[in-house]
Design a protein around this ligand. Structure first.
Ligand code: NAD
Length: 481
């Protein structure tokens, strides 16, 4: 059986306990490899290896750090086939999507921060000729980076790149469901000339690996992306340590469709927003709110289009949706469809295993894109993050009502507004309680812009200047003339 290994102090190592976890294929539930079931000792070794490397890495000139990050980006691009296949095998996502989205974004993350640190200027202030103040920015030390399974490489590199670019060292904890791409990345980083200990990877379960990282006093900063419940745990675990915490958590995002839209034009984009990556993107629009006059027509056109999406073998070029990531998650998503049925929701399409899949996939975690209407705004399905290919459709009459329903959620990650009337879009964007509003588009990400959520969707912002802020401490120096 194939085995992944931890990457600590520049070398691949077995877990000290010699315990292993099995990775099951989303395609057929078979075990495809084993990964370390790492324990506290492995995390402590990784933290001390990073701590040893810190001083030298922090003192390495920005230009040299930048060159190494650019080499990592080049190697990611050169190894797109292997990395995309790793994402496809682990997550169940279409190979074509991993090639178009996940892997290119991983190399962009490195290039973006490799360039950003070369152009950074700090401010100074003159106190009427009495004194001058300036700001020094300094890395903190060992960054604990914890990522989820839905965009494994994309999200982990979004943390690694700014952490290393600004002179920190890192211990990374990928999701236990999707460790392959980070295992490959570790090797690419070593080949790019990254000094040993600067970036370490420890594979295994959230508890103990993530927990130990969060609780360890030698890790002053934690960047966590994952579910809201785990985010809450991370907050508790870090209590009393005064760590810098960035929490990118769950979402239950509204897609607001005004009656003036051209359905032919917007439906393909709204389908993407609903079901891309099997609906397993924190930003997916899982609550569609349609203005009353258009509601019935929208439901008909949208459900028909959803029923035509190709669900199947993610390695095939024309597949739009592969299986869900794990059996546990698959069961959880399907249970929400059952709840909807009990609550008198009308399943317009989907809700079951696709009919036309070959025998080799009969144990896979496949679910057809599912569209449900007739649920009340307060129903559980409307309030809870499902994180799968399940969307609900509801109507509203006036704009303020649409905004009110969109905001009636514990989450506040993102929303999208679809209309030809930009002045209405501006007003809604102002009033929506979320971190990002897209107007007539979805998932367009500008790496220079802040990213994060309000309410139960998280704390803090990353991206562009905000990432630099998060991964550095600012120090004010005041000198009398
Ligand atoms: P999860 O919270 O179960 O796990 C996330 C990571 O935390 C994993 O690596 C896991 O092993 C680790 N973990 C688990 N317990 C821990 C603990 N006690 N201490 C420290 N780490 C621990 O999330 P998931 O199921 O992997 O991912 C899906 C969730 O992630 C969804 O809620 C989704 O919305 C969210 N997400 C958010 C964003 C965002 O940018 N806001 C992006 C992607 C995914």
């Amino acid at each position: 059986m194939r085995r992944l290994l931890n990457f600590i102090d520049g070398e691949f190592r077995e877990p000290t306990s010699n315990k292993w976890l099995e990775k099951h294929s989303p395609l057929n539930d078979e075990v495809i490899y084993e990964l370390p079931d790492s324990g506290e000792m492995d995390v402590i070794q990784a933290i001390s290896s990073a701590a040893k490397a810190f001083e030298k890495w922090a003192a390495t000139p920005a230009e040299e750090r930048s060159q190494i990050l650019n080499r990592i980006a080049d190697l990611i691009d050169e190894n797109i086939d292997a990395l995309a296949m790793a994402e496809c095998e682990d997550v169940g996502k279409p190979l074509s999507l991993a090639r178009k989205l996940d892997v290119p974004r991983a190399s962009q993350n490195f290039r973006f921060f490799a360039s950003k640190i070369l152009h950074k200027v700090e401010t100074a202030s003159d106190m009427d000729g009495q004194a001058v103040n300036y700001v020094l920015r300094q890395p903190l030390g060992v960054a604990g980076l914890i990522a989820p399974w839905n965009l494994p490489l994309y999200l982990m590199t979004w943390k690694i790149a700014p952490a290393l670019a600004t002179g920190n060292v890192a211990v990374c904890k990928p999701s236990e469901f999707t460790s392959q791409s980070c295992f490959l990345l570790a090797d690419l980083m070593a080949r790019a000339g990254l000094p040993k200990g600067v970036c370490n990877f420890v594979f295994g379960l959230g508890d103990p690996v993530g927990r130990t990282l969060v609780e360890h006093p030698g890790v002053p900063l934690i960047s966590f992306t994952g579910g809201t419940k785990t985010g809450e745990l991370v907050q508790k675990q870090s209590l009393g340590h005064f760590k810098k915490l960035s929490l990118e958590l769950g979402g239950k995002n509204a897609t607001i469709v005004l009656k003036d839209v051209d359905l032919k034009k917007v439906v393909p984009s709204i389908l993407r927003a609903s079901f891309l990556n099997q609906g397993e993107i924190c930003l997916c629009g899982s609550r569609i709110l349609v203005q009353e006059d258009l509601f019935e027509e929208f439901c008909e056109v949208f459900a028909e289009a959803a029923s035509q999406l190709v669900v199947g073998d993610p390695r095939e070029e024309n597949t739009f949706m592969g299986p869900l990531v794990s059996k546990v998650h698959y069961k959880k998503v399907k249970s929400f469809v059952e709840i909807a049925r009990k609550e008198d929701g009308k399943v317009l399409t989907g809700g079951e295993f696709p009919e036309n899949l070959g025998d080799e996939f009969k144990n896979g975690y496949f679910l057809r894109p599912t569209v449900i209407k007739d649920l009340t705004q307060c129903s559980e399905i409307h309030q809870t993050e499902i994180f799968g290919p399940v969307v609900t459709v509801n109507s509203f009459k006036y704009l303020h009502e649409g905004v009110k329903w969109a905001n009636t959620s514990p989450y506040g990650l993102s929303a999208s507004v679809w209309t030809k009337d930009l002045s209405k879009a501006h007003k809604m964007a102002r009033d929506l309680k979320v971190g990002t509003v897209w107007v007539n588009t979805w998932l367009k990400r500008d790496l220079r812009m802040p990213f994060g959520g309000q309410k139960a969707s998280g704390l803090g912002r990353e991206g562009g200047e905000d990432s630099i802020d998060f991964f550095t401490e600012k120090k004010t120096v005041c000198i009398e003339f």
